[in-house]
Design a binder for this molecule. Structure first.
Ligand code: BJW
Ligand code: ZN
Length: 239
């Protein structure tokens, strides 16, 4: 699968992975835009914007609570564990759009969560932020300051956390190889990360059963799933 880039992979010092919902699909977590995708079933504008949240916080909270339950019951798959194991051989950074924490649970140490995390909540007004330890007895939860708490995720029209985004650009611009795994690259600004890598001469490899808007710019496109394709990477690097 990766033979044509054997040398590039062996010689690479830093490998960056840009990941999306597709990498967790084989852990049983639905994607957004695929045939069983969440946005086929639900209206993004009623669940993933701040206006929708203020309009009907209980509905949005119920959706996130249901997803949190499923995500906590899921396990990292061979795609996640390969990326974590690669840290034994290379500098590895993970720039993920996923909020599921599966990269960290697989053992990856340098994960940047571009769209936040489903296990964290924050206040809509004050600086309060906390990990959720258990289920809420009542939805929607209220902060000590009296205002409503929300999931610590990035909705449409919201800025990505500035420190995370700055770091992501820095890592994308300084890697030798970038893997773009399981993302449709439909959402900005995360879809610019491969552009930063390309501009700085990195080798780009895509792992996705479907074409993406950047397929033509890739050095290699692997039309397979991540849990099937990624484990082969270790055998090449480990040779
Ligand atoms: C496999 C596989 C397997 C399957 N193995 N692969 C007009 C109005 C307002 C805003 C905008 C606008 N036009 C553009 C914008 C900007 C907007 C945007 O990009 N919108 C586009 C959709 C048009 N972006 C934003 O608003 C962002 N903020 C921003 O830009 O701030 C500046 C700004 C402010 C104000 C105005 C304008 C700009 C924020 C984006 C936040 C995205 N949030 C979500 C939900 C929150 C988190 C959550 O609940 O989970 O994040 S949306 C959803 O999409 C989620 C994902 O992280 C994100 C990306 O999706 P991803 O990961 O690529 O998944 P899919 O499903 O799309 O693709 C899966 C892929 O996997 C497919 O290709 C499959 O083939 C593949 N696959 N199985 C490997 N086994
Ligand atoms: Zn508060």
């Amino acid at each position: 699968m990766f033979e044509s880039l054997d040398d590039k992979l062996s010689q690479a010092e830093k490998i960056v992975f840009v990941t999306g919902a597709g990498i967790s699909q084989e852990s049983g977590i639905p994607t957004f835009r695929g045939k069983d995708g969440l946005w086929r079933k639900y209206d993004a504008m009623q669940l993933a914007t701040i206006d929708a949240f203020y309009e009907n916080p209980k509905l949005v909270w119920e959706w996130y609570e249901e997803r949190r339950k499923n995500i906590l019951a899921a396990k990292p798959n061979a795609g996640h564990t390969t990326i974590a194991n690669l840290e034994k051989y290379k500098q590895v950074r993970v720039l993920t759009q996923n909020i599921d924490g599966l990269h960290q649970r697989a053992g990856s140490n340098q994960v940047y969560e571009l769209h936040g995390s489903i296990v964290t909540i924050k206040c809509t007004v004050c600086d309060f932020k906390e990990k959720i330890e258990s289920r809420f007895s009542e939805l929607s939860p209220i902060c000590k300051c009296g205002h409503i708490l929300r999931p610590d995720v990035v909705w449409f029209g919201e800025q990505l956390p500035q420190d995370v985004w700055d770091k992501a650009i820095q890592e994308a611009s300084s890697c030798d190889v970038m893997f773009v795994v399981g993302t449709s690259l439909a959402v900005s600004p995360a879809n610019l990360l491969p552009v930063y890598a390309k501009q700085n001469g990195a080798t780009l490899i895509e792992v996705n059963p479907e074409e993406t808007p950047m397929s033509q710019s890739m050095n290699l496109s692997i039309r397979s799933t991540s849990a099937k394709a990624l484990p082969e990477l270790l055998s090449i690097i480990n040779k």
